[in-house]
Write a protein that binds this ligand. Structure first.
Ligand SMILES: *[C@@H]1O[C@H](CO)[C@@H](O)[C@H](O)[C@H]1NC(C)=O
Length: 230
């Protein structure tokens, strides 16, 4: 028994070590994310181990149990609800929605914009993004890193494509008369999104307002006001 546990620990350690790589080229056809730990003892053991060590990525489902549904998603034709403060909504299709994306380094998103709707400045820490406008027109842009902080922006029409390099702050805004729709692909199964305003002014717990007042070179009252909104 003790010997078995030692062996299992070794297997689990090996698996989690391999899983530390940055979305490596898969070494198999697929590794569908397994959300079901029922049954087999070794799986439960590895699950507990993985849960504790928080490996990068997700454990694979038995390939023989994999179904078409693991690789599919429905509903990207549905218009998103843009009745919110920014007039924008995003419907992500990543490894959370499609477990078959695990280890493949790719995902997508549908973006909806009301007139003047804005996808506020944000970054994807783990993905570059390639976006195409399928309806309406969008002003898009990204800002290069310090010290230049150069804004690279353009107005896109239906059918136009634009790229946002990994990690850079970027945004889109609907500059057409009606609604706009875009579809984007991202180079990660789990790109992550950091919306700058939410991270800076809406963090939990809040960043000290006098610190932000200094960073933004404004009165602390203005910072308090913005923090209150988030
Ligand atoms: C859209 O979102 C708003 C705000 O959350 C909500 O009040 C409204 O019912 C939603 N509309 C639809 C059609 O779901």
């Amino acid at each position: 028994m003790a010997k078995n546990i030692l062996l299992l620990s070794f297997v689990a350690l090996t698996c989690s070590y391999l899983a530390l790589a940055y979305e490596p080229k898969p070494l198999q056809d697929f590794c569908v994310a397994d959300s079901d730990s029922s049954g087999v003892y070794i799986y439960i053991y590895i699950y507990i181990y993985i849960y504790i060590t928080r490996v990068n990525g997700l454990a694979c489902k038995d390939p023989l149990m994999v179904q078409a549904s693991d690789f599919s998603f429905s509903g990207l034709h549905i218009t998103g609800n843009t009745s919110n403060a920014v007039g924008f909504s995003a419907e992500a299709v990543n490894v959370v929605q499609v477990p078959g994306l695990n280890t493949l380094g790719i995902s997508m998103v549908r973006l909806d914009y009301a007139p003047w709707g804005t996808n506020p400045p944000h970054t994807h820490p783990r993905a570059s993004e390639i976006l195409t406008v399928v309806e309406g027109s969008l002003e898009v842009g990204f800002v290069t890193s310090n010290p230049e902080n150069r804004l690279i922006s353009k107005v896109l029409q239906k059918g136009d494509v634009f790229v946002f390099p990994v990690g850079l702050v970027h945004f889109q805004r609907n500059v057409g008369h009606g609604n706009s729709v875009a579809i984007a692909a991202l180079s990660s199964q789990n790109p992550g999104t950091i919306t700058i305003a939410n991270a800076v002014f809406g963090s939990n717990a809040p960043i000290a307002s006098d610190l932000l007042a200094k960073a933004f070179q404004v009165d602390k009252k203005i910072v308090d006001q913005i923090q209150w909104k988030f």
